[in-house]
Every structure is written in structure tokens, then in C-alpha cells.
Design a protein around this ligand. Structure first.
Ligand SMILES: NC(=O)c1ccc[n+]([C@@H]2O[C@H](COP(=O)([O-])OP(=O)(O)OC[C@H]3O[C@@H](n4cnc5c(N)ncnc54)[C@H](OP(=O)(O)O)[C@@H]3O)[C@@H](O)[C@H]2O)c1
Length: 289
């Protein structure tokens, strides 16, 4: 199978690159903005025509959640318009599309786990742009999987785990938000789930949405405390409310636990608890020290 991956130098893309070694029968073409800008529509179609993928995995995204409040246009172009074009190409040239979306499309007011059937209600410009991308895929109607994930981290690029480890090495205490609850997701686990979906997406006969995060529930403060503990660092986490923390511009859901029943049942996959995967990631990060 020929698989084109966009945004492949980000966290998820690099996790897919690392995991792709276990799939020698697949021909992956990993691209990022330097060689394939997904907002350059002609270039994308040209590459699609020459490489002829059976599936495109879109890991490209504009993820600067707070910055998007002031400058929404790049988010709309990359997460909305470009996704519309990718979905149109997928339909036109009959390849499957795997696209990644976010728990932030929900408003966080439900209080019980969000299923794929719950109505999105994005609260920020970033979340709104991601929701526009989802809607565009439904309109174009290729064979596609939209996988919503949350609180993604990995050994790669910038993420919360790396930031907390760095700060905990420098400081005695850290103030971290405790009234936003959700589930961290190890990009390596999400990549493994994507490899399973990869084989099936061309048989979907339309668009299917799935939730994927690790199992369990915590707050950013709980996540930070676990990062510090598993890293063997000495730094106190001081839980604060979002209001007390104050610095963020974009609204974030207070509770965004995703119900993963659908993806687990349909693809027969086991999902690790978030603590288990966090330990694995920290072990990898320690090897680099
Ligand atoms: N990170 C999270 O906490 C989180 C949570 C929920 C959902 N998600 C979703 O999960 C997916 C993967 O996230 P991630 O954390 O792996 O993202 P990431 O690390 O930010 O990677 C995104 C990659 O896309 C590239 N990119 C940006 N604009 C592009 C363009 N126009 N054309 C081609 N590539 C472009 C980025 O390059 P530059 O770095 O040069 O911009 C980066 O290499 C995204 O859809 C994201 O919305 C993430």
C-alpha cells in the first residue's frame, strides 16, 4: 500500500515515521511543509498524481491555540481550507483520507465522556478551524477516518511533557491548571491505532469519526505531577484554577474525556492507560539525556 503523510515532522508524523519500520510492505512518503505545503493546492495534486497514494494521512496542522485568537487566518487556511482541498482530492482521485482532529471541538460542559455522536461546540478560533476541517471532509465525502485526539505528547517536537520536565529541572515549584480535565495521549499509541485504521479506510464507503486518547482521566496539574514523579525530579506542583493561571487567551474545555468504545470495538484494539504510556515516553526521553 502507498501512503502519503503530510506534516510528518510534527509529533504524530515523527511517531508514524518511527512506527513505519514495522510495516515493510507499505510504501510511505513522509512530507512536511518544506517539501509539501498543504495550502499549495496545485503542488499537492501534482504529488498525488505522481505518487498515486492509496491513503493520505494528514498530520499537518496549525496548533498554536492561543496565537490563533489574534491571528485566526493561518489556522483557518491550514486546518480548514487546506483540509477541504485534501478531502476533495481524496474523493476525486479515490484515495482514503485519515485526518486528525481534537477534543477542543467540544465545549467541555457535558460532564460525561464525549462520544462521536455528541454535538461539537468549539470555544476557540483554533477549535473552530479544526471543526471546519471536519465539516469539509463530510461535505466532500471521500473514504475517510476523522480521529479526534487530546493532549498529544511524544519524544518529539514541542509538547507539555518536555516543557514540564525542563521547567521542573529549573524550578522548585510550578503552578499548573487543575480545573481542566482530559486525557493525555502518547503519539506512539495514536500512531499504532492509525496503522490499524490504514488497512480499512478504503472500505468505509464514506466518512467515519473516531475518538482516540489513552485511557484514564486527569488534570493538567495531575499530568504535570506524574511527569515530574516518573522523571525522578524534585519539584512541587501547585494546582491553580484556569482563572488564577490567567495567561491563556483561548478558551479550553473544562472536561474533554473522550469515549473510545467505537474505535476499540471496530478495530479490536487495546488502549494503554495514560500513566503507562507516559512512563514509556519518559524512558525514551531519558535515553537522550
Ligand atoms: N498537540 C496536541 O496537544 C493535540 C491535541 C489534540 C489534537 N491534536 C491534533 O493532532 C494532529 C497532530 O498534532 P501534532 O501535535 O503532531 O502537531 P505538530 O507537532 O504541530 O505537527 C504539525 C506539523 O504540520 C506542519 N505543518 C504546519 N503547516 C503546514 C502546512 N501548511 N503544510 C504542511 N505541513 C504543515 C508543522 O510544521 P511547522 O512546525 O513548521 O509549523 C508540523 O511539522 C493535529 O491535527 C492536531 O490538531 C493535537
Amino acid at each position: 500500500m502507498k501512503v502519503l503523510v503530510t506534516g510528518a515532522n510534527g509529533q504524530l508524523g515523527l511517531s508514524l515515521q518511527a512506527g513505519s519500520n514495522a510495516y515493510p510492505g507499505y510504501e510511505f512518503l513522509f512530507t512536511d511543509i518544506e517539501d509539501l505545503d498543504i495550502t499549495s493546492y496545485d503542488a499537492v495534486e501534482k504529488l498525488v498524481l505522481s505518487f498515486n497514494p492509496e491513503v493520505l494521512i494528514n498530520c499537518a496542522s496549525y496548533n498554536a491555540v492561543d496565537k490563533a485568537e489574534d491571528e485566526p487566518l493561518p489556522a483557518l487556511n491550514i486546518n480548514g481550507k487546506a483540509v477541504q482541498k485534501l478531502a476533495g482530492l481524496a474523493r476525486k482521485h479515490s484515495f482514503g483520507l485519515i485526518h486528525i482532529s481534537t477534543d477542543y471541538i467540544f465545549d467541555g460542559k457535558k460532564g460525561t465522556p464525549y462520544t462521536e455522536l455528541d454535538e461539537p461546540h468549539p470555544q476557540s478560533k483554533y477549535a473552530h478551524s479544526k471543526f471546519i476541517g471536519e465539516q469539509a471532509i463530510h461535505t466532500a465525502r471521500p473514504n475517510a477516518a476523522i480521529i479526534r485526539t487530546s493532549w498529544l505528547y511524544s519524544e518529539y517536537a514541542h509538547n507539555f511533557v518536555k516543557t514540564i520536565r525542563k521547567l521542573a529541572m529549573e524550578r522548585d515549584e510550578l503552578r499548573v491548571v487543575s480545573d481542566q480535565q482530559g486525557t493525555p495521549t502518547y503519539a506512539g499509541d495514536l500512531a499504532n491505532a492509525i496503522f490499524v485504521v490504514l488497512d480499512k479506510v478504503n472500505n468505509f464507503n464514506g466518512v467515519r469519526t473516531y475518538n482516540y486518547s489513552n485511557e484514564g482521566l486527569t488534570s493538567w496539574a495531575g499530568f504535570a505531577a506524574a511527569i515530574i514523579e516518573y522523571s525522578g525530579l524534585d519539584c512541587k506542583v501547585i494546582p491553580v484554577t484556569t482563572e488564577e493561571y490567567g495567561a491563556s487567551m483561548a478558551a479550553r474545555p473544562a472536561f474533554s474525556l473522550l469515549d473510545k468504545s467505537k474505535i476499540k470495538k471496530e478495530f479490536n484494539i487495546d488502549i494503554p492507560e495514560w500513566q503507562e504510556s507516559l512512563k514509556k515516553c519518559i524512558k525514551e526521553l531519558k535515553k537522550e539525556e
